[in-house]
Design a protein around this ligand. Structure first.
Ligand SMILES: [Zn+2]
Length: 289
């Protein structure tokens, strides 16, 4: 068995990260990681063309995605690993997610124009996004137009989830996500279970997802609370997460959820798991059987 360290959760500029895929791979090497999984929000980084590959510097790169979805009316995120990005059904799912985001943004712009008479144009906001459009792009548009002094102010005054103008993204069902990843040949893991959800709630959700075929639980991640922009609570620690993985007979994944060297979520190398767990995960994927 190969020894080493892996980080199976990070973002690039294909979603809301600050670094390119190449920068992530270089950074991983510097941080002593042997394998990484790139898990952008609701899409696969365009530079990833197969389920996994070994970069020139020796770092193994696993193709993944972190997909926002819902189960029992609660918002969760499912990580998909060893995904074949060329698969049509997978592409269709990502296109559908992207359409939902755009529809949501259209409604957001409409609301803001109606309530505040801001005169925003949907195209201007969409153009700010490299791929999937989201609230950070809307916040930047508001700042650029000097409607707000900072993106934080945009969230506080106009687009935070507490505001009347807020529009949620219509989420797809977690069961559909698991099914699509499985048909693709990949494996699934529930991301950061102790974040935002309470202990009892998460047990119910994991029970439900296990019935739908969930393969793994993200056990190792940064158990650090966040306040302000994109805040979240941390309801339980790594011991509880391990216990849940054991109880539901789930594999264990882990990762930093790093958003890049120019972000305030620069955690690469702070969280890692033994490489042997990558091998276990790969063996569980149906493409390898
Ligand atoms: Zn993430």
């Amino acid at each position: 068995m190969k020894e080493g360290k892996a980080d199976l959760h990070m973002h690039t500029n294909a979603s809301d990260g600050t670094d390119t895929l190449e920068e992530r791979i270089e950074d991983a090497k510097r941080k002593g990681l042997d394998a990484i999984a790139v898990t952008d929000h609701d899409k696969v980084n365009e530079g990833l063309e197969q389920r996994s590959f070994t970069a020139e510097n020796g770092v193994e790169v696993i193709t993944g995605a972190e997909i926002k979805c819902k189960v029992k009316g609660r918002k969760i995120e499912i990580l998909g690993y060893f995904i074949d990005p060329e698969d049509e059904k997978m592409k269709e799912m990502f296109q559908e997610l992207s359409r939902r985001r755009e529809k949501r943004m259209e409604k957001f712009v409409e609301n803001l124009n109606q309530v505040h008479g801001l005169g925003l144009e949907l195209e201007d906001v969409v153009e700010r996004a490299d791929g999937n459009v989201g609230r950070p792009h809307l916040a930047r548009e508001l700042k650029e137009r000097e409607i707000v002094g900072s993106t934080q102010e945009a969230f506080d005054r106009f687009i935070g989830s507490e505001q009347d103008e807020y529009v949620p993204v219509e989420k797809i069902e977690a069961g559909k996500v698991i099914e699509t990843v499985h048909e693709n040949g990949g494996v699934t893991s529930l991301a950061h279970p102790g974040r935002s959800l309470g202990e009892d709630e998460v047990r119910e959700i994991i029970h439900d997802l296990t019935g739908k075929g969930l393969d793994a639980l993200e056990v190792d991640y940064t158990y650090r609370e966040r306040r302000g922009l994109n805040s979240y609570r941390v309801n339980f620690g790594v011991e509880k997460a391990s216990e849940l993985a054991d109880r539901f007979d789930l594999l264990r994944t882990g990762g930093s959820d790093c958003h890049g060297s120019r972000s305030d979520k620069y955690f690469l190398g702070e969280v890692s798991i033994p490489y042997s767990r990558v091998e276990t995960l790969r063996d569980a994927a149906s493409f390898s059987r």
